[in-house]
Design a protein around this ligand. Sequence first.
Ligand SMILES: *[C@@H]1O[C@H](CO)[C@@H](O)[C@H](O)[C@H]1NC(C)=O
Ligand SMILES: *[C@@H]1O[C@H](CO)[C@@H](O)[C@H](O)[C@H]1NC(C)=O
Length: 375
Amino acid sequence: QNYYQGLMDYLDNRLLAIEDRMQLWHHQSRRYHSEQQDFKKLTAEVMRVLEKDHSVLFEDVAGAAGRVERAEREMEYVETWTSPRACVRPEERVLEGVLCKIDFFKLYIMLLYCVEIISGIRSVKILKRAGGAKGMWTRDPKSSKVYIFNGTSGDSLHQFKSVRDFSNSSGLDSSSAVRLNIEWTGPGSAVYNNHLFYVTHDEDVQVVKFDLTGGFVTDVAMFPLASVSPVYSLSPGTVADLSADDEGLWLLFASSESEPNINLAKLDRASLDIEQIWDTRCPRENAEAAFVVCGVVYVAYNTRLPSRSRIQCVFDVNGMVLNEEAPLIYFPRRYGAHASLKYNPEEKQLYGWDDGYQIIYRLTMKRKLMVGKRA
Ligand SMILES: *[C@@H]1O[C@H](CO)[C@@H](O)[C@H](O)[C@H]1NC(C)=O
Ligand SMILES: *[C@@H]1O[C@H](CO)[C@@H](O)[C@H](O)[C@H]1NC(C)=O
C-alpha cells in the first residue's frame, strides 16, 4: 500500500513537472495548442484511472510511468525542434526556417506512428524465388529500390529499381550486381536513403556504411565484443542484425557467447557512433530473426525442425509496450524458416526470406495507448 502510494506521488510529481513545462511550451508557441490539449486529456485520463481503479495496481502504474517518461522525452524533443535555437544549428543555417518546419512535421508524423504496435499479419505475398536457402532482401524506404543479399556472405549484392522490377526480372544475374570492396557477413544489412549499412567480421564485428549512389565505403565502425557469436541461435549465419529507420540505426547482437539474451544498440546513422545499449531480455535460444519498428524489437522464434514461426518476445526502448501485453503473432506456415525479416516503415510491411522465397507480409497495427484500450 505504501509502495503504491509512493508511486502515485512520484507520478503526480512527474505530471506536474510536465504541466509546468507545457505551460512554458505554450508561451513559446501557440501553434501546438491542440496537441497540448490532447496531451492534457491523456495525462488527466491516466490520473483518473489511477485514482479510481486501485485494483488494477502495478501493471497500470508501470505502464503509466513508462508513458510519462516517454511523454517527457517527446516534449523535450519537440522543444528542441521548436525553440528558436534549433533553427540556427550550423547544418540547418542554409535552409533556415523552411527546414525547421519540415522537420517538425516529420517529427509529428513519427510520434503519431510510434504509438502503434503490430497486432497481426494482414496478408502474405510470395513474390519470387531467387537465390539460395539463406539470404535477405529489403527495400530502401526513401528510394523504393530493392536490395538482395543471396547466401550468408559475399562481396556483392543485387539492386533493382523497384519491387516490380525485381519481380519481373529473370533473377540474380550480373546486370543487377553491385560490388563491395569489404565483404558482408550474414543477412543483417539495412538500407536507408541510398546508404547501405552492413556487418562484416573477422575477430571483431564491424559495421560498414556504403554510399550506393557513389559506390564507395564512407565509414567503418568497430563494434567491440567479448566474443563474436550469432545473435539468433536458429540462424547461425547472422552475426549481427541491422535495421534503419527515421530514428536512426539499430543493431541487434550478442555481447558474448555466454550472453543468453539479444542485445540492442542504437547507432547514429551519420557517424556510426553508439548512442545507447539495452538488454532486450528476449532470449537468443530458438530465435530465428528479429526486426525493429519504431524503437520496438520484435523477435521471431521457431523450432530446430522448422514449424510455424511466431513473434513471441517484444522489447520497447521507451518502455511503452510491455512484453506481457504484446500479442503472440503466428506467421502463416510456409516453406521452412525465416533467414531474415526486414521491416519497411513506409509501407508497414515485412520483407521475409524463407528458403529462397522472397515474401512480403503486410501487417496490421493498433494504437498502443492505455486510454485507447479502456475506451
Ligand atoms: C545464391 O547463393 C547460393 C548459396 O547460398 C548459391 O548456391 C547460388 O548459386 C546463389 N545464386 C545466385 C544467383 O548467385
Ligand atoms: C515486365 O512486365 C511487363 C508487363 O507487366 C512486360 O511487358 C515485360 O516484358 C516484363 N519484363 C520482363 C523482363 O519480364
